[in-house]
Design a binder for this molecule. Sequence first.
Ligand code: GLN
Length: 531
Amino acid sequence: MDDETRPGEAMPTPDGAAELTRMTAAELAAAIAGGEVSALEVTDAHLGRIDAVDERLHVFLHVAADGARAAARAVDERRAAGEVLGPLAGVPLALKDVFTTNDMPTTAGSRILGSWRPPYDATVTRRLREAGVVLLGKANMDEFAMGSSTENSAFGPTRNPWDLDRVPGGSSGGSAAAVAGFEAPLGVGTDTGGSIRQPAAVCGIVGVKPTYGGSSRYGLIAFASSLDTPGPLARTVLDAALLHEAISGHDPCDSTSVDAPVPPVVAAARQADVSGLRIGVVPELSGEGYQPGVLARFNEAVELLESLGAKIVEVSCPHFGYALPAYYLIAPSECSSNLARFDGMRYGLRAGDDGTHDAEEVMSLTRAAGFGPEVKRRIMLGTYALSSGYYDAYYGKALQVRTLIARDFEAAFEQVDVLISPTTPTTAFRLGERADDPLAMYLADLCTIPSNLAGNAALSLPCGLAPEDGLPVGLQIMAPVLADDRVYRVAAAVEAALTQRRGGPLLDAIRGPAGLPAPRAAENRGSSTHD
Ligand code: GLN
């Protein structure tokens, strides 16, 4: 596209449709329930937006236009029959392609699944359908959710709607870019080490990792089973809360699902009040190596919280510095075991099946052809860490560190109600910039990993743009296990204050009338690459 072209002008959809794609999920659901607009019109507006911009963003691996329209029509029919609809009925959503869907392919961002069609819906998928949520299609992701940029997808990267030369974060980068790029008001991702919060932060939207076990892993293609957690992506805290409640709750099909009431996150998002709350700033999650603009926005958020009546204290979590190395032993160890099932016999791809190879060779040829380099690296790391002679030194030690990190959280939450930090050390980096440097890529999750290891709830909220590059910065809010409502309560208060100060939502700052900047068109987006 030429630099002079404004993406909004190129949009084939009429103004009314553009307006629908700008509305929040709560607004859309209310308009549908009130009969102001049909679910079908809402779905068509989003499908039109996908047609107009997805060639540039590359969010969707599969668009389910017919299925989405059928689901929308069903909502309209139920409404016409006088049924009272749920709080998200008729609202479209981009589903990370790691959840099984019985009517769409499921790839996990990998070639190894080939043209496999799952015979069943994941629990998250099923709950979304039951809530009347309209599934627009399957969103791009890093292969098997391993990565922080969506560049590890076997199907090519997704781009950041703020700057098409930048990554949208990962591994749920497709779902995050869909929401930030107005292709869908809602997305669902999974967070194993930060893969919901990190892309939310660098795309300027809200992303939540619920308490581990709060949302079901049944039908979620496994990466690291003791860490994987489905959760919401949205443009507002209230929308995230509505989606959180829709997908959460006990599931007998997942043995690690928590059998406890879903924390009242929607009520907390509506409460939006921090007066009297004790908020801990974690010194281990800031300082050297963090981009100055990220720290500046974070410090402003701390001041804002204080001005809203919260009591701010510094709370040290001395073992957080070991979270990243511990994670990169535990997650690969679990993945090396989980990914053993992709053997060319059961699912998808099969290589070398020409009668000249025995079964073991077929397995090895299939895995060599089907897995990308990062997945192979993780399998090798994990196999090594679990091998006899090294198990105690690596995997065993990492588990001990995991316990120490959980104890840091427990001690901290005796002093404060929530902890806060930046979500990521830097804003969105450039495509290709870290692709050949796994360690630089791993650092993107420095602040998010502790909550995965301990299993507690954590949310990322946009808290402004970094002055040096004009890109979004995320504020991370962490709460104890099963106190997910607290992260919503604090986030909603900050969101309300920031929206008022700014005079509108942060995403309004995206260039171009359609909210998608022409590549390289942003003149005052600094050229300094501060990563
Ligand atoms: N970026 C981290 C990794 O590559 C986290 C991924 C995730 O949360 N799924 O493992």
